[in-house]
Design a protein. Structure first.
Length: 382
């Protein structure tokens, strides 16, 4: 049986179909290849050109309680400032060599700011977003526009925008960052620039809405003041109230007998760029799913990888051959071409809608742009 998946096969006699008969002459040929730094296709093809995706990442779950506790410890021990830039602690997929990569393309981290703290201004080519699972009191300043961060808010921030964060509250605050750091690492096309060490007094305001929302945050209304200047969404905050209402309306419509939900008991929205109706970031797609208690999603798998965070409610999620009971804040990874499904199980401690609300982000825009997107929904073993 040939199993060529794990790393390059050392040149030598390979026990796989279609291999030549071992001989002294063959050994000499392979030594010649090694000497001249050549590798033949026939020893590598199973790894290089598999019949279907075999992700190097594995499904994995991180508990929010554990993350939060360690982030708080870091808050007391690790300063935030120039150099380290951010008190951000990344999920490291257990099969990606200890690198801070949740998946081969996606970075997911918990970021923590103590009361009154500032994270210094910088910019980078990496595309980013923030998502807030609990708390409030931090403003992120993107291109000198202070943007509030409250529970359920989603804040996309396309590459090369100047940004800093400041905690105006009297308590620490945590949120998650999603970036395309692992993807851009592979592209070898990253740039990074430090900005001002402190933001201006005029940027320390704590407005309830950012200027970007005042300009772009009106459903179906596009300002005539000109095109969006950014490579991603010009809208810097998608407030929870709007997301919540969209999901509640979808479920209510279905109950009234009208179409709207993606499948019974399952409402979903994609955060989209109001200037293009496309994804919010060139490399990252983000969505919020709401699954009614007692409902479940059909198993599906697709190319590209995703990270999920339970925003609210509880349930059981299945990723390939792994399955976990999950609750608020828990994060898990769905590698490429690994089946995912979820069951919503209301528990007494759940608040809000009682449903299982799942925030998710993926690298889907990259795969779609390259014609590598593929989805399977039929014939997947549950
Ligand atoms: O907040 O600017 O998790 O630049 C990783 C890199 C957060 C940020 C991260 C970053 C940031
Ligand atoms: Fe950053």
């Amino acid at each position: 049986m040939s199993e060529l998946a794990d790393g390059p096969v050392r040149l030598g006699m390979v026990d796989a179909p279609g291999q030549p008969t071992p001989s002294d002459a063959l050994a000499e040929l392979y030594r010649g290849f090694e000497r001249e730094l050549l590798v033949p296709l026939w020893t590598e093809i199973g790894d290089l050109m598999p019949a279907r995706p075999r992700s190097k990442a594995v499904p994995h779950l991180w508990r929010w309680d554990a993350l939060l506790k360690l982030a708080d410890q870091a808050g007391h021990l690790v300063p935030v400032g120039r150099g380290g830039e951010r008190r951000a602690i990344a999920l490291a997929n257990p099969s990606l060599g200890g690198r801070p990569f949740a998946t081969p393309t996606l970075w997911a981290a918990i970021q923590y700011l103590m009361p009154g703290e500032d994270a210094p201004e910088h910019r980078h080519t990496q595309h980013a977003f923030r998502f807030v699972v609990e708390g409030s009191g931090v403003w992120t300043v993107v291109g000198r526009d202070p943007v509030p961060m409250n529970r359920g808010d989603f804040l996309p921030q396309a590459g090369w925008n100047w940004h800093a964060h400041h905690n105006a509250a009297d308590h620490p605050m945590a949120w998650i960052d999603g970036l395309d750091i692992p993807f851009q690492y592979q592209t070898e096309a990253q740039f990074f620039e430090p900005g001002r060490d402190t933001i201006g007094e005029d940027e320390r305001g704590t407005p309830a809405r950012s200027r970007s929302e005042r300009l772009w945050g009106h459903p179906g209304l596009r300002p005539l003041s000109g095109p969006a200047a950014r490579s991603g969404s010009p809208l810097l905050r998608y407030a929870w109230d709007d997301t919540d209402r969209a999901l509640a309306d979808q479920l209510a419509l279905a109950e009234e007998g009208f179409p709207g939900v993606v499948e019974p008991g399952h409402a979903a929205v994609r955060y989209s760029n109001p200037a293009t109706a496309g994804d919010v970031l060139p490399t990252i797609r983000a969505e919020m799913h709401r699954i009614r208690p007692g409902s479940e999603t059909a198993p599906r798998r697709q190319t590209g990888s995703a990270v999920y965070q339970v925003f609210d409610g509880s349930g059981r999620v299945t990723v390939g051959d792994r399955s976990w009971s999950v609750g608020r804040g828990d994060l898990f990874v769905v590698p490429s071409w690994v089946a995912f499904s979820a069951v919503s199980q209301a528990s007494a401690s759940d608040s809000d809608s009682g449903a299982l609300d799942l925030f998710t982000f993926s690298d889907a825009p990259v795969f779609e742009a390259l014609g590598l997107d593929r989805t399977q929904t039929e014939g997947i073993e549950a």
